[in-house]
Ligand binder design. Structure first.
Ligand code: ADP
Ligand code: ZN
Ligand code: ZN
Length: 744
């Protein structure tokens, strides 16, 4: 019998190709298997998406050349997810596969091993042994005090030749030796195992009982866990995962940025040990490939990672947990598909009939609304564990402050300064949030107002004092060529405006002597180890003030940090995006949660807009009121979560081309069916990024008439099939962004 295979290639074409399957492969080739096949005059690796006895292709069939794997690299359910993504995100299957699979699955990797040693017996006569072989006896005694096996290398401090001694002890049958595989990890803090004795509170136990029932029911159960910071959400994840494993099910835990939440990974390692695989962008390609295959063969039951961990080829999923579910880092911006890991988690959870737990102290308005609508179950945790009260919040009106002190552009108000002094006097620690990197965001001419901008993005360059550089935070453009005169009017009256983390660091160092300051932001933490180092030192009390961007606002748990200062609560408030208020609210609320996890804490918010509803309600830690205000605004403007939104972005190097392309696409979209609104085309807020001009068209479809978004999807798919994107000039590209998280 002749069999055909449809193969999808990771290219941006919408087509799949059909090949004849050579006889010898007919049995081993399955859907999900990677193959090599001729495409044009090259051999390209693709993935089999269909196998059948028929082919619709009328020309002469080429043959599959070889099998890359002898078993599928994804199972049927994962394959189903891929095909769903392809449709949902209007992205070719090959392109989705490229996102889902590690880039080089064939890379060879052998994880390193560690030799370990453990105590077995004292032997017949330890006293005699001690006399004759004191070094060996010393090691044996040390081992007897250890809980289990320890690395031989750790004996270095005890004796000069640990390997030889270990070997001798083994020959005498006094110890056991073994080799353990070192799992591909990032090093440091992350994996210091944290062991805890837990007795759940009543509130926690109720939450767990509810979740167990859902897990046992074997039904898809999307649930929002809304719990204040420190209420024990992480302990609940651990318990839920433990129960899933007991039923031979597996679990995925998604974290916004694994390097920022090392403590959580450490807590999971402490409980589940070797069953946990970490999925991390900082792992090498080879280590990722190795991990993927081990997961395929069932060697790990728990996968922890950032957004792409949602694709881990784990089988029989019982729970998927999304920690800090409101975080934008769960959304992938490029390359396509522009997916949101929360949406994927929900679909995967549906396929596996799993519990999908979306968790946060500050849920996204979208999830909150889904709970209000009855689409998600809801579990609330109101109490911080140990009864630590929520911090006392103070708002400083910076305009009044200016009037009173006569000092303009003050960075640290007198109240914040005083409170810091008092904390230092008590030996307590302070966290300062300044959600902007660098020294001063912009250099502006004091005479003509000219601002130095990036040549590629037309966005103000940020001054970094450390290297004396100007940097673009979008494209990475850097220049050390800092002129002392204005480019436009040659005035030398150049001013640094605005305040970044570096500037705050300098100011703090100026105000307080004998105080240790450290800074965490994207610039200082490209290396994970330097990040974990700072956190460890802060945790150990070796640093008094930790300054950082939003990176420090969540997940971290420090006993002795009792004051959080929000240097500029207004950052981001006025960005022209429908989610900007929500984001600022969440950030302030989260940052406040860092204060006084054990002892009672304080928060100082500095703002020029104390009457703004975001600031006002954040200061009262009044989530409900703010969420309701925000929801009614969204409803009025018909933004998400009241409408399904799709953004079509058009970008290219030539402005006219982008403009005409956007106009043409827009005219092909019109007229739209009733209930679907088309906005644009308009210039994006960031009109030029990475040397490309950007315009967008926004589609909105009211959920009242389009309950699950099918109507909008069908309409857009129809227009795409009717050549919506045909004849786009070369150099111009159109992207589809389904459920955009921002419209900047
Ligand atoms: P969240 O994830 O909600 O911020 P955590 O799970 O990190 O909260 O809990 C805050 C702290 O309280 C952690 O150190 C945690 O181990 C501890 N904790 C929470 N619940 C309990 C409990 N029932 N028994 C002992 N310690 C607990
Ligand atoms: Zn000038
Ligand atoms: Zn740039």
């Amino acid at each position: 019998m002749i069999m055909f295979a449809e193969v999808a290639f990771p290219i941006s074409s919408y087509c799949q190709f059909t090949y004849k399957i050579p006889k010898e492969f007919i049995d081993s080739l399955q859907v999900g298997t990677r193959v090599k096949a001729p495409l044009g005059n090259r051999m390209v690796t693709g993935i089999v998406v269909n196998k059948s006895a028929k082919s619709d292709f009328k020309g002469k069939h080429k043959q599959i050349k070889e099998l890359v794997d002898h078993q599928p690299v994804m199972d049927k359910k994962l394959w189903k997810l891929v095909t769903w993504m392809s449709k949902y995100y209007f992205t070719p299957i090959g392109q989705v596969v490229k996102t889902v699979l590690p880039s080089n699955l064939s890379a060879k990797y052998t994880p390193p091993t560690t030799s370990i040693i453990s105590f077995k017996t004292w032997g017949d006569d330890y006293k005699q042994f001690q006399k004759k072989s004191p070094a060996q006896a010393k090691v044996l005694k040390h081992l007897s005090t250890q809980k289990g096996a320890i690395p031989i290398s750790s004996l270095k401090n005890l004796v000069s030749n640990p390997s030889a001694i270990s070997k001798t002890l083994f020959e005498k049958d006094l110890v056991d030796l073994d080799e353990v595989t070192n799992l591909p990890d990032i090093t440091g803090f992350t994996f210091s195992k944290i062991h805890k004795e837990i007795k759940f509170t009543d509130e926690q136990q109720l939450a767990i009982d509810d979740l167990s029932t859902k897990l046992n029911s074997g039904k898809f159960s999307p649930t929002l866990l809304h719990g204040v910071t420190g209420s024990g959400k992480t302990e609940i994840y651990i318990e839920l995962v433990r129960q899933a494993l007991e039923q031979n099910k597996s679990a995925i835990l998604l974290l916004p940025e694994i390097s920022l939440t090392p403590q959580i990974a450490g807590r999971f390692r402490a409980v589940f040990d070797e069953q946990v695989a970490l999925w991390h962008s900082k792992l090498s390609h080879a280590a990722r490939a190795w991990t993927w295959k081990k997961i395929c063969s069932g060697e790990f039951n728990v996968v922890i990672g950032a957004r792409s961990a949602i694709f881990a080829p784990i089988k029989n999923i019982g729970v998927i947990i999304i920690d800090e579910e409101q975080e934008n880092s769960f959304k992938q911006d490029s390359p396509e598909p522009r997916y949101h890991a929360r949406d994927i988690a929900l679909m995967r959870g549906k396929l596996h009939k799993a519990v999908v737990l979306m968790s946060s102290a500050t849920p996204s308005l979208d999830s909150y609304y889904n709970y209000v609508q009855g689409k998600y179950d809801y579990i609330q945790l109101n109490d911080r564990f140990g009864g630590a009260p929520y911090p006392q919040v103070y708002v400083v009106d910076m305009i009044k402050e200016q009037e009173e002190t006569g000092k303009f552009q003050q960075v640290i108000s007198s109240m914040l300064q005083q409170k810091m002094e008092r904390k230092f006097a008590k030996g307590e620690q302070v966290i300062l949030l300044q959600n902007r990197r660098g020294f001063a965001p912009i250099m502006r001419c004091g005479d003509c107002g000219h601002v130095e901008t990036c040549v590629q993005c037309e966005i103000a360059l940020t001054y970094h004092s450390y290297k004396r550089m100007l940097k673009c935070h979008f494209c990475g453009f850097e220049t050390g060529d800092i002129t002392t005169a204005c480019q436009k009017c040659s005035s030398i009256n150049i001013k640094l405006l605005g305040v970044g983390t570096q500037k705050v660091e300098d100011i703090i160092a100026d105000i307080f002597s004998n105080i240790k300051v450290a800074r965490i932001d994207y610039d200082t933490t490209r290396k994970i180890t330097s990040m974990t180092n700072v956190l460890e030192q802060f945790s150990a009390g070796k640093i008094d003030v930790l300054i950082g961007t939003q990176m420090i606002a969540k997940g971290l748990d420090f006993d002795n940090a009792t004051l959080v200062g929000i240097v500029n609560g207004d950052t981001g408030l006025f960005l022209p995006d429908f989610r900007s208020g929500e984001k600022v609210f969440q950030l302030i609320y989260q940052a406040a949660g860092r204060s006084g996890r054990r002892k009672s804490g304080e928060v100082v918010i500095q703002t020029y807009n104390p009457d703004n509803p975001v600031l006002k309600h954040a200061a009262k830690l009044d989530q409900k009121t703010y969420y309701n205000i925000a929801l009614s605004e969204r409803r009025e403007l018909q933004y998400a979560p009241f409408s399904w939104m799709i953004r079509i972005e058009i970008e290219g190097a030539k402005k006219e081309h982008v403009n005409t392309t956007a106009e043409i696409i827009c005219s092909k979209l019109r007229p739209s069916p009733k209930g679907i609104i088309i906005l644009g085309p308009a210039n994006c807020y960031r009109e030029r990024l990475r040397s490309k001009y950007r315009m967008h068209i926004i589609l909105k479809s009211n959920k009242t008439y389009d309950i699950n978004g099918n109507k909008m999807h069908k309409y857009l798919q129809k227009r795409i099939s009717a050549k919506l994107f045909d004849k786009i000039p070369s150099g111009v590209k159109a992207f589809i962004d389904v459920n955009p998280v921002s419209v900047l």
